[in-house]
Design a protein around this ligand. Structure first.
Ligand code: PLP
Length: 361
């Protein structure tokens, strides 16, 4: 028999990648980067092909040093993982378990409740306000059994964020036995003065961790690479429980090249800064009420009537070879999540949605 809670898990369903009868669908379902990876990262990945019979460097030291240089951080406090998903799982294994509670925001990233159940802990969802995490609602649900509070900032799938002042207030309200895990998977996309990915909170507390990924702006989702910036004691714990070679050699090589290619990073940021407001405005003009996203995706809300609801829009887009993400699994059945793709893809999706909303039948 599997452990308690395991059979309560509804397996995570990733975004669709195929549309029937369409050879190259427009894939806007998984928040992958529009521009693809840095050419330098691709070259580093290819250059490794003669060496894949070798184990990777289990300590990931060169990547940790590159991350340390790029972000001004102590590499000794960085732990790398096979995607940030693995790091979420490691935190849960180390700090939560049967009898413990894992707190998250109602429309937060699904791997938090799934991961909590996988270690026998109880996921507890706090309601949101305007599809944004609500610090008071989270703090009201903290108790003796709470082990970890996970907060994606900005959040997937809503695209909304908490300013640093709110993150500080959240941390200040937590007892020291509760770990605050700030998942900043989309931090590089955010262009707001009051936002910080969480480094300063990690630096001044024993109970805060920041998670980052190479899957989004660095466009290396297929390689699986993420990292955590931790207080020394937590880094020590994660190193004890991780697999000895948990990050592959191609991921390490490509990750170093990607983090050093600041031009590619800026190109990806500039692309998002152009097309995120562009698509948001188009959706607004169609009456689709997108949330004010600061990430690389938008979350329009569709009308209730069956001809124009989210399911009908999903099917219509799919029939034109456009794949977006359904949101019922996140408790948002009237919404669809659309990733910012290339300019051409954005123009196509806006035109197809305009046609969908304008239909008379
Ligand atoms: C908020 C958030 N955290 C973590 C992840 C997982 O990223 P990774 O590919 O690094 O496992 C995602 C991916 O969608 C995400 O949206």
């Amino acid at each position: 028999m599997p452990g308690p809670g395991i059979l309560d898990i509804a397996p995570y369903v990733g975004g669709e990648s195929k549309a029937e009868g369409v050879e190259r669908p427009i894939r806007l379902a998984s928040n992958e980067s529009a521009l693809g990876p840095s050419p330098k990262a691709v070259a580093a990945y290819r250059a490794l092909s003669g060496d894949i019979h070798r184990y990777p460097d289990g300590s990931a030291i060169e990547l940790r040093e590159a991350l340390g240089r790029a972000h001004g951080l102590d590499p000794a406090r960085i732990v790398c993982g096979s995607g940030s998903d693995e790091l979420i799982g490691m935190l849960l294994r180390a700090y939560a378990g049967p009898g413990g509670e894992v707190l998250y925001s109602r429309h937060g990233f699904l791997m938090y409740p799934i991961g909590a159940l996988s270690v026998g802990a109880t996921p507890v969802a706090a309601p949101e306000r305007d599809l944004t995490a609500d610090v008071d609602a989270l703090l009201e649900r903290v108790g003796e059994r709470t082990r970890i509070v996970f907060i994606a900032n900005p959040n997937n799938p809503t695209g909304t964020y908490l300013p640093m002042s709110e993150m500080r207030r959240l941390h200040a309200g937590l007892p020291p036995h509760v770990l605050l895990a700030i998942d900043a998977a989309y931090a590089e996309f955010v262009n707001r003065n009051d936002f910080e990915p969480g480094v300063s909170l990690v630096d001044r507390a024993e109970n805060v961790v920041m998670l980052r990924t190479f899957s989004k702006i660095y466009a290396l989702a297929g390689l699986r690479l993420g990292w955590a910036y931790c207080p020394p004691a937590i880094a020590d714990v994660l190193h004890r429980i991780r697999g000895p070679f948990n990050v592959t050699a191609p991921a390490l090589r490509a990750g170093i090249a990607a983090v050093e290619d600041t031009d590619a990073l800026r190109r990806a940021q500039a692309h998002n800064e152009r097309w995120l407001p562009w698509l948001s405005e188009r959706l607004k003009a169609l009456g689709l009420e997108p949330t004010p996203s600061v990430a690389n995706f938008v979350l329009p809300r569709f009308p209730d009537d069956s001809r124009r609801n989210a399911d009908a829009a999903f099917a219509f887009l799919q029939s034109r070879g456009i794949l977006v993400r359904k949101m019922a699994g996140y408790g948002l059945p009237q919404h669809l999540r659309i990733t910012i793709g290339t300019g051409e893809e954005m123009e196509t999706v806006a035109a197809v949605l305009a046609e969908f909303m304008g239909r008379n039948e």
